[in-house]
Design a protein. Structure first.
Ligand code: HEM
Length: 220
């Protein structure tokens, strides 16, 4: 007769649980691709008429090979960036995803988590964002809206002259567009560093799920 000793049996494999909704994942990766094209081609366009005299981006870092090519890529990627972004914004508000994933925003919690992050002691639970992430994600979404609005004013300064006037005219809108782009690039540099430091966050953003023991409250 055989007996089954429970202490010798393997625990059942942890179940995979949903972390990132499909629409958020599609938005995220399409957005990353569109931003790469927009920033790379935008730097080439900037180089043709620099706002800050003496400052140009190295041509090797740009996309489009020449001004005309860069403009075509910028305007083509613009539609991908804007339509994809609008779908994410509407979904985020209507489904409650933004509220669940990014709120509340508590300055004390942010300072506590920021101090922990600087000391490399901020724990990361798959499926919920810490206060530093929440603020950074809201910040980059606002910068994305800002780069779009200022881009409209630079693209069609006559049709959107009121918008351009709010930013101090065409030249002012160019500066706002540049600053918003800089904020997005700064975010991406920090974002990629954090993903490299906590690589277990990458798979759920690709696949949508994580093992039960890693997961703490999925986002929807
Ligand atoms: C190849 C480049 C990128 C990688 C590898 C990457 C990776 C990730 C990962 C792993 C997460 C989930 C973090 C977690 O669960 O704690 C995430 C979330 C996020 N990322 Fe990225 N990311 C990239 C590019 C970008 C870009 C270009 C932006 C915007 C400018 C961006 C904005 C966001 C936002 C807003 C979220 C939160 C999404 C939500 O829950 O609604 N990412 N990213």
């Amino acid at each position: 007769m055989t007996t089954t000793d429970m202490s010798e049996t393997k625990p059942p494999p942890a179940k995979f649980k949903p972390v990132h909704p499909r629409l958020v994942r599609y938005w995220h990766w399409i957005n990353a691709f569109a931003i790469l094209l927009m920033v790379g081609s935008g730097w080439r366009i900037y180089n043709a008429s620099p706002i800050f005299k003496g400052f140009r981006f190295p041509n090797d870092w740009t996309i489009g090979a020449w001004l005309g090519g860069a403009l075509q890529i910028h305007f083509a990627a613009m539609w991908l960036f804007v339509i994809n972004g609008l779908v994410y914004l509407i979904y985020g508000v209507v489904s409650g995803h933004f509220r669940r994933a990014f709120l509340p925003l508590d300055p004390r919690e942010f300072l506590r988590d920021f101090a922990l992050a600087l000391r490399g002691k901020l724990p990361h639970h798959i499926g919920s964002y810490n206060a530093v992430q929440r603020l950074f994600y809201i910040g980059v979404i606002l910068a994305i809206v800002g780069v779009f609005v200022s881009g409209l004013a630079v693209w069609k300064p006559v049709q959107f002259q009121t918008l351009a006037a709010l930013m101090g005219g065409y030249e002012g809108a160019r500066i706002v567009h540049f600053l918003m782009m800089s904020a997005i690039v700064a975010f991406v540099l920090v974002h990629l560093t954090l993903v490299a430091l906590v690589p277990k966050t990458l798979w759920p953003m690709l696949w949508g799920r994580a093992r039960g023991e890693d997961e703490e409250g999925g986002q929807s």
